[in-house]
Write a protein that binds this ligand. Structure first.
Ligand code: NAD
Length: 480
């Protein structure tokens, strides 16, 4: 049954929206309405930023004992955990994410992140007395950066919001979140959890809207930092604007990562691991390894193994626990992915598998798991982010050539190396220009920095490094 929200979560309560504009959310599988919410307009953003500003400047939030902020984060985690079922089902219906993945990331990781940053808040030294070689001491102080504008995409809407909220709150910041319009329903569940957890008024606010509203938030004079996850194109615009304003910004952007399959790799293990590394969320994953680099000596074997695995994946309703590949998030996005498949064919790559819409689905934005072989690394499908279940196999001559091809990309976000010899694979992992890379698997670690190099962005999320991104440094010299 479609759900309808009438208010916006601003300043610790449910507020009447400034306009009667609404956002409709459509189920990616049934193409039926899932629900609707009010669309925030500039006046709502002004109110939300004012509330966040006041919570930061005038309330004890930023200066509270870290243990108090940790208690709020832990209560928020508990309130979210209670809503896991609703949240994960909502996400899967909105963007097509198979439920098992949604439970793992939109549920489990989101809750774990809140608890992780609660613990980090209490173990971090926010002020340190440091002896100077000049014979006096300096107080090095880390204090909250201020009001954060958090802009979130549609592919992992819950966990990518929490990835910003959790360290920001641990630091003592207040936050205005702008979710993506296509997956906005889950943000109302997050707001309900925040209210139940007793997050102080103004510390967390949500303004649902599109890119213009996001741009308004980015340049708002009341905001001190922008935390953005989304496309590289939008990230460049936001980075330019923040540069002009001297506003700190973190940019988690697109990717075109490589899975390097070495000549001694066990191909059964490779295909098992590639489900998450290359195809998670139907390929709608920033760090997906969509370029499979295969040694010329075993090229046909790798193509056969990947084709066999991809062809056997179960396509279907993301709410069915056995589904491995669901639909794409929107009709426009499917058109974009299909455009890339046509481009791959046009540029001479060999279509091994898929390429069309799966039989038996007259509704839902499904695309068949698709495999291209004989792909030139310079071609469009090897260089641009497709964001769908489309993989390309590219041949390499030796380990050095594999590294060269992996690095021949505008992006550098994820990656993986597969070999019977973990030390050899790790040596290659060291040489790939990327922010994260896995050896014989790819699992994102909450305790380690995650982010990109080159066109994949600036800054890091997860780990203590993300907390540092919400803190500013001050040195108070204490000359004797
Ligand atoms: P998008 O850039 O179109 O939108 C992302 C968010 O930014 C949305 O909320 C959108 O409304 C807003 N937005 C767009 N243009 C804006 C602007 N000029 N100013 C302010 N806000 C703006 O991206 P998308 O299609 O929603 O998400 C998919 C993209 O996100 C892919 O490129 C993917 O790789 C990337 N992504 C990156 C990571 C990462 O951690 N690096 C994680 C997930 C997704």
């Amino acid at each position: 049954m479609a759900v309808a929200y009438d208010s916006l979560f601003i300043d610790g309560g449910w507020a009447t929206p400034a306009s009667d504009r609404r956002i409709d959310v459509v189920n990616a599988t049934t193409e039926e309405s899932l629900g609707s919410v009010p669309e925030a307009v500039e006046d709502d953003v002004d109110r939300a930023v004012r509330a966040a500003r006041q919570a930061f400047d005038d309330s004890p939030w930023a200066t509270a004992e870290p243990a108090e902020r940790a208690a709020v984060l832990n209560r928020f985690a508990d309130a979210l955990e209670k809503r896991t079922d609703l949240l994960t089902r909502t996400v899967s219906q909105q963007n097509g994410m198979p439920l098992s993945l949604s439970e793992q990331f939109e549920g489990g990781y989101a809750v774990a992140l809140l608890r992780y940053y609660a613990a980090l808040a209490t173990s971090t030294e926010f002020e340190e007395r440091r002896p100077s070689p000049l014979g006096f001491d300096t107080l090095v102080r880390r204090s909250a950066i201020g009001v954060v504008g958090a802009i979130v995409p549609w592919n992992y809407p819950v966990v990518l919001a929490i990835t910003k909220i959790a360290p920001a709150l641990a630091a003592g910041c207040s936050v205005v979140v702008k979710p993506s319009p296509g997956t906005v329903l889950d943000s109302f569940v997050l707001a309900e959890a925040a209210a139940e957890a007793g997050v102080p008024a103004g510390v967390l606010n949500w303004v649902p809207g599109g890119r213009e509203l996001g741009a308004y938030l980015v340049s708002h004079p009341g905001v001190d930092k922008i935390a953005f996850t989304g496309s590289t194109a939008a990230g460049r615009l936001i980075g330019e604007q923040c540069g002009r304003l001297m506003r700190p910004v973190s940019l988690e952007l697109g990717g075109k990562s490589a899975a390097v399959v070495l000549d001694d790799a066990d191909l059964d293990k490779v295909t098992e691991g590639l489900y998450f590394a290359s195809l998670a969320n139907n390929g709608q994953t920033c760090m997906a390894c969509t370029r499979i680099l295969a040694p010329r000596s075993r090229y046909d074997e790798v193509v056969d193994a990947i084709g066999g695995w991809l062809g056997a994946l179960q396509v279907g309703d993301p709410l069915d626990p056995s589904t491995q590949v669901g639909p794409l998030a929107s009709a426009e996005h499917r058109e974009r992915v299909e455009g890339y498949i046509a481009k791959g064919r046009g540029e001479g790559a060999r279509l091994v598998l898929g390429g069309g819409r799966p039989a038996g689905f007259d509704r839902g934005w499904f695309v068949e798991p698709t495999l291209f072989a004989d792909v030139d690394n310079g071609s469009t499908i090897a260089q641009q982010e497709i964001f769908g279940p489309v993989l390309s196999v590219i041949a390499f001559d030796d380990d050095e050539d594999a590294v060269r091809i992996a690095n021949d990309s505008e992006y550098g976000l994820g990656g993986s190396v597969w070999s019977a010899d973990a030390a050899r694979a790790t040596e290659i992992a060291r040489k790939v220009q990327t922010g994260t890379i896995g050896v014989n698997g790819y699992v994102v670690d909450l305790n380690a920095p995650f982010g990109g190099v080159k066109g994949s962005g600036i800054g890091r999320e997860f780990g203590p490094e993300a907390l540092a991104g919400y803190l500013q440094l001050k040195s108070i010299y204490l000359p004797a």
